[in-house]
Design a protein around this ligand. Sequence first.
Ligand SMILES: *[C@@H]1O[C@H](CO)[C@@H](O)[C@H](O)[C@H]1NC(C)=O
Ligand SMILES: *[C@@H]1O[C@H](CO)[C@@H](O)[C@H](O)[C@H]1NC(C)=O
Ligand SMILES: *[C@@H]1O[C@H](CO)[C@@H](O)[C@H](O)[C@H]1NC(C)=O
Ligand SMILES: *[C@@H]1O[C@H](CO)[C@@H](O)[C@H](O)[C@H]1NC(C)=O
Ligand SMILES: *[C@@H]1O[C@H](CO)[C@@H](O)[C@H](O)[C@H]1NC(C)=O
Ligand SMILES: *[C@@H]1O[C@H](CO)[C@@H](O)[C@H](O)[C@H]1NC(C)=O
Ligand SMILES: *[C@@H]1O[C@H](CO)[C@@H](O)[C@H](O)[C@H]1NC(C)=O
Ligand SMILES: *[C@@H]1O[C@H](CO)[C@@H](O)[C@H](O)[C@H]1NC(C)=O
Length: 891
Amino acid sequence: MRVELSLVCVALMCIFKQTSSCLIISEVNCDNPKLDTQEFVELYYEGTNPTSLDGYTLVFYNGKGDSAYRIIDLSGHHTDQRGFFVVGSSELTPQPAIFLPPNSVQNGPDAIALYGPHWAPVAEGGLVSGVGLLDAVVYTSGKSRDGADGLASVLTPGSVTYVEDEAALEGDESIQRCWQSENLWSFYTGPPTPAWVNHCPPPTPAEAWINEVNLGGSGHVELSVGMATGSFSLVLYDVTTDLISTSLEFIAKEPGIFAIPVNTTNLSGPQSAALALYKGPVSDFPKDGPLSHEQPIDAFVYGDSAHMPSDNLTETLIPGRKPFILTESFLTAGLHVSRCGVAEWTRDPGLFVTRPRSPGKPNDCVWFQSCPLNTTSFTESGRIQPPIHSDVDFLLNEINTDSPGGAEDEEFIELWHPSGFRMSLDFIWLVMINGQTGMVYYELELNGYYTDDDGYFLIGSSKVGPDIRIPLNTIQNGPDAIVLYRSKSPPSKEGQNIPKSGLLDAVVYRTRGSDKKVSALTEALTPGQLPLLEDISALPTDETLSRCGAERLDLNAFRVTSPTPRKQNNCPPKPTIPPPPEGLVINEWSKTSLVNQSQESLFVELIGPPSTPLNGLVLVFFGEDATEWSVPLTGSTGSDGLYLVANDSRADQGLPALGHLGAVLLCFEPSGSGFCGSNSRHLDGLVFSNDPKLQGILQLNTTHFLYTLFSAASLSRCASDGPVLWIASQPTPRLPNHCPSPAFSSSAALCLQPDNNNWQSGSGNCAQEEFAVLLERLCNCGISSLHVKGVNVSCEAGRFYAQGSVLAVSDQQRERISEMLSDNKLSCSAEQERQVHGAGSSVALQVGLVLAALLLFALGAALFVFLYKKRRPADYLSMQLSEQAETPLDL
Ligand SMILES: *[C@@H]1O[C@H](CO)[C@@H](O)[C@H](O)[C@H]1NC(C)=O
Ligand SMILES: *[C@@H]1O[C@H](CO)[C@@H](O)[C@H](O)[C@H]1NC(C)=O
Ligand SMILES: *[C@@H]1O[C@H](CO)[C@@H](O)[C@H](O)[C@H]1NC(C)=O
Ligand SMILES: *[C@@H]1O[C@H](CO)[C@@H](O)[C@H](O)[C@H]1NC(C)=O
Ligand SMILES: *[C@@H]1O[C@H](CO)[C@@H](O)[C@H](O)[C@H]1NC(C)=O
Ligand SMILES: *[C@@H]1O[C@H](CO)[C@@H](O)[C@H](O)[C@H]1NC(C)=O
Ligand SMILES: *[C@@H]1O[C@H](CO)[C@@H](O)[C@H](O)[C@H]1NC(C)=O
Ligand SMILES: *[C@@H]1O[C@H](CO)[C@@H](O)[C@H](O)[C@H]1NC(C)=O
């Protein structure tokens, strides 16, 4: 017993543990049942404690607007003896070091970020920043899954937002950091543990995995068994020969932890070896047999700096992961490690750490093992990552199954995320299926990996410099399939058939001379399509199958080209679409249905030269939160030059589901991709929102003078001498727009004296535009400068004089204008009016006149007044209105 204890102790001292000091956000409780009085943010420092927090800042961000809502400078504070530091509600036990008022940590979609001394200070209300960032958690509660994409793109690029399940536990729960493997961490929802270590529950295997490895003296390996039954073989490989040194059989009958003695005496050296757990009887793995082509269920590979396992062994047994590294002096102690990472994947020595033995029991793990991936190293690319749309997922982008010569040393599979940005590959599986048997022959889990900054990820032979190296000649030459899945468990576990659930993309391919009908694969993955042929004689050198179209599960999207690993594929140039003729613009925007104006819907009318094909044209609708929906246009404008976009059988083009809109853009994209990109030309647009973000995106050249949509519910383009104007009117789908017309005019001779008057003749604001604004203030009926283009204006002594015809778009609008002109609150003062001799049409004046007439009891007096007025010259001080007797027109 004493011997064993000292061995463990020596092992603890000797085995290299990769820890550096760091401060992390270790736990967040943002939402308590009922009142939020137990909220907190816990930080943890790995290193010598207590440690000073001088120079550190905690920033709370709101997912709506991506701006800071609380900033806490941690200078002057220290972590506690164990490394914890808590900011939280005053009612929390133990007491936080910094108090937060109740209900001050928002419930998501939000983020909390920790900055170091090199941050660029963010002020309250300031935009999210990645400068000097040390750690961040972007979270949302179950109700609203979206909304934190903007924060995530800056704070945790490529990762998805953590969704806190409010209903996970009865009572309160918090978001806790748990160590996965190497530098990878995940979040876990569990009972809150403020200022205390997180309780990260160890996962149990679905089938079986290696739980503990003890290879000193009388060695044994502990297996943890889940629902597996049947024969398993534990195989020990000698790294000097890559041959089997020992193999043992284990028959699984029930879940539990089982120790299997492993005799290491036959290894050429104890410094390095490889252990692999396979399904199948031990007779499949005879002593001195070669490295098996089968994929192990789990594997543990280790070595020291002088004795590393071969690439063949590592790439075959633990593809993409690193061997466990021992220091030289471990010889005296023997190897002793426990699986402590909470990750559920296998074949990763990074999950193991040196811990005291726990024979037959769950491992004795501690929650903290290594500092998380340093976010600062990848938030400085300068490019702003677009929101991650759930409908955009990984694609198979390029495949080289067969390279010239027998070497097959340039095989690769390139994955690509169409966002074109760094992206997490968590839950992505690459699977290879044999076309003859329909069986999975290779399955690779990509948890914990990220693409490069352009969205590429490469799996292949070492010669192509891949992210994950796989042994030479792994990819079969066909007829076979390479398939991509998004799944929480191995796709091959789905059953005997070709896995279907979580299918993202597939390439079914064949070689020259092989059977064209790979029927089972084709039927399951790419029905109705011929398997691709990587034509080895297509190019003098090497060639690949390259994706040249965007469609998933569509073999027509692929072409045979020269290899371009990690770069844009060498696709034949696409025919570009000729630009549309001048004058193609948005003509009308309406919130009503095409058929029934009292029903809310939406239509957009375009106008251009008659019978103009609309290839390459895209209407982009922007939501108020800058989400966008692209609608590629098809067909061409009608013989009247009009084109209607609406959800209606009479429309030329339908609409997707749209949110609350802030702007619409008409653009031309020569590639025909159906999306507006940096090469697109903006032809026209309308902004209904004051949001500068939207106005920035659209960068419209023409200034649009836009009036609030009043009841008319439609905006029509109307020509003017100056810039084009948008006029509110009744909807006119497939009809000429209703623009201000002399057919509906009211003549006005006005003196106006608004409260905030400073009108002087010659001053800039004594203009028709100002008159239109004044009238619109009075009438709120959609008056623009186009309505008053025939009105003469002048100013004097703070008064505004107008004379001429005010136009309207309809009878209805004319009536509103007339009413307003005859009775407005801004007309020059009452005494002023009384001094005026005129047949004013204001009701008060008319009543006054009638009273005067009654008092005088004399028609002659009235006549005298009339004649008197006729003799006076026309006077701007008089106020007069007469409606022109035009024939009334219907709308
Ligand atoms: C290991 O096997 C060798 C023979 O190969 C044997 O001499 C030795 O006793 C075994 N060790 C243990 C601990 O069983
Ligand atoms: C070690 O090798 C010898 C000779 O090949 C063999 O007889 C013996 O069974 C091996 N021991 C173990 C534990 O595999
Ligand atoms: C890798 O191991 C396999 C046996 O599984 C063997 O056929 C192949 O030649 C080895 N490759 C190298 C480069 O050693
Ligand atoms: C993070 O990375 C940056 C640059 O790679 C480095 O300067 C900094 O010290 C690192 N921070 C931590 C806490 O490891
Ligand atoms: C138009 O829609 C309104 C409200 O949905 C409905 O009451 C009215 O009957 C409809 N009119 C016609 C002509 O369909
Ligand atoms: C148009 O119709 C589609 C399908 O019927 C529907 O999903 C979408 O929400 C509609 N869009 C608008 C803007 O009404
Ligand atoms: C707007 O268009 C005119 C002429 O087409 C051009 O000279 C000007 O630079 C453009 N302005 C902006 C801001 O794009
Ligand atoms: C407006 O002014 C011009 C020149 O000053 C004049 O010719 C015209 O008749 C005026 N129009 C009205 C409606 O008073």
